[in-house]
Design a binder for this molecule. Structure first.
Ligand code: UDP
Length: 349
């Protein structure tokens, strides 16, 4: 029996963890794994946290640390102290972390210092922009991990170039497993049942924390002739208020939606505009053209395959890409076969 402590805390991690947590409760894996979930509390609103546990049937965390809404240093530090205590108590065989948030790094650091092996799901992603907090979290976690579970060959190459000392495995993408499993349960919010629309999300710090960038993004979205549906991340909402920005009239703002509604919105959109890593991939899973509000992406295959256009925060480039959507003929299987979860459990078992 492998005793696993899973550390999660932010929206995309709930979605990724849903896949492995579900499998670990099913035969044959339930005989081999016992999972203990720590929720750090990094995301805490009902629609940024609880909704995912309910809809995706993720087991309730055994502990919620309630550490959210602080600066990166304070959050990472407080999580590290709290997780260390729990790990000393539980003495797991390994600690499982996902992605690139402060919760990922805190979980990895706590385990690393106690010499508990770490498995990192979504290892090897790189933007090559060290100013991004996510890039710092990923690189540090990858260098601490024993199992580097890379979603793509590119991610595995990034890790090999950095001479990480853990074992690198190419597993496919865990979010693709989630997408395939929950797709039949996708829900459609009433506002999306009418005419064609673009779906947009904006939440990355380099966009939300910079008034000019946020203004440029809205200037680009305002030039789109169709409606733009924007489930608004709490940070972006707060920054719009602080900067006194007016949302253009063609944009329909929603509260953040649950995963099943997000799936429905993605599947029915004309195209997707986003700065989210996960949403760029989901656009690809839904075979929708994507316009990315960044000048680089970790998910380079979406760009080289022609499905994703990097428009950064250039209003004209956003409007132009939305007007001339590219829908390539080819749709290569970039993100695995939908059995990433099973592969990971085989590696860890
Ligand atoms: N998502 C959601 N509701 C929303 C916006 C996003 O369920 O209102 C989901 C989305 O489908 C994807 C994940 O959240 O699975 C992406 O998370 P986020 O954009 O917060 O983080 P990133 O992927 O950039 O790390």
């Amino acid at each position: 029996m492998v005793k696993i402590v899973t550390v999660i805390g932010a929206r995309p991690q709930f979605i990724k963890a849903a896949v492995l947590s579900r499998l670990m409760h099913l035969e044959p894996y339930s005989a081999d794994f016992k999972e203990f979930i720590i929720h750090t509390g990094q995301h805490y609103d009902q629609n940024m946290s609880a909704v995912f546990f309910e809809e995706m049937a993720i087991p309730a965390p055994q502990i919620n640390l309630g550490i959210g809404g602080k600066s990166h240093g304070a959050m990472t530090g407080e999580m590290l102290i709290a997780i260390e205590k729990i790990l000393m108590d539980i003495k797991p065989d390994l600690v499982l972390v996902y992605g690139d948030t402060d919760s990922t790094l805190a979980g990895a650091l706590a385990a690393g210092k106690l010499l508990i092996p770490i498995a990192h799901v979504e290892a090897g992603l790189r933007s090559h922009v060290m100013a991004m907090p996510e890039e710092q979290n990923r690189i540090l976690t990858d260098h601490l991990a024993s199992w580097l579970l890379a979603p793509t060959a590119t991610a595995a190459e990034n890790l090999a170039k950095e001479n990480v000392h853990g074992r690198i495995h190419i597993t496919g993408d865990i979010m693709y497993d989630a997408h395939l499993f929950y797709r039949p349960r996708a829900q459609m919010p009433p506002c999306a049942r009418e005419e064609p629309y673009f779906l947009a999300t904006v939440h990355r710090a380099e966009n939300t924390d910079n008034k000019a960038n946020l203004e440029n993004i809205f200037a680009g979205l305002s030039q789109i002739k169709e409606r733009v549906i924007l489930p608004l991340h709490p940070r972006t909402r707060q920054k719009c208020q602080t900067f006194g920005l007016n949302i253009p009239p063609n944009i329909k703002v929603l509260e953040p939606v649950g995963y099943l509604e997000m799936l429905g919105l993605e599947l029915n959109a004309k195209a997707i505009i986003t700065d989210s890593g996960g949403v760029q991939k989901e656009a690809y899973f839904c075979q929708k053209p994507c316009i990315t509000l960044r000048s680089e992406t970790e998910w380079v295959e979406t760009v080289t395959s022609g499905w994703n256009t990097l428009a950064a925060t250039n209003g004209e480039a956003i409007a132009e890409a939305a007007k001339n959507l590219k829908i390539p003929q080819n749709y290569p299987p970039l993100y695995g076969d939908g059995h990433c979860g099973e592969k990971i459990l085989k590696i860890l078992g």
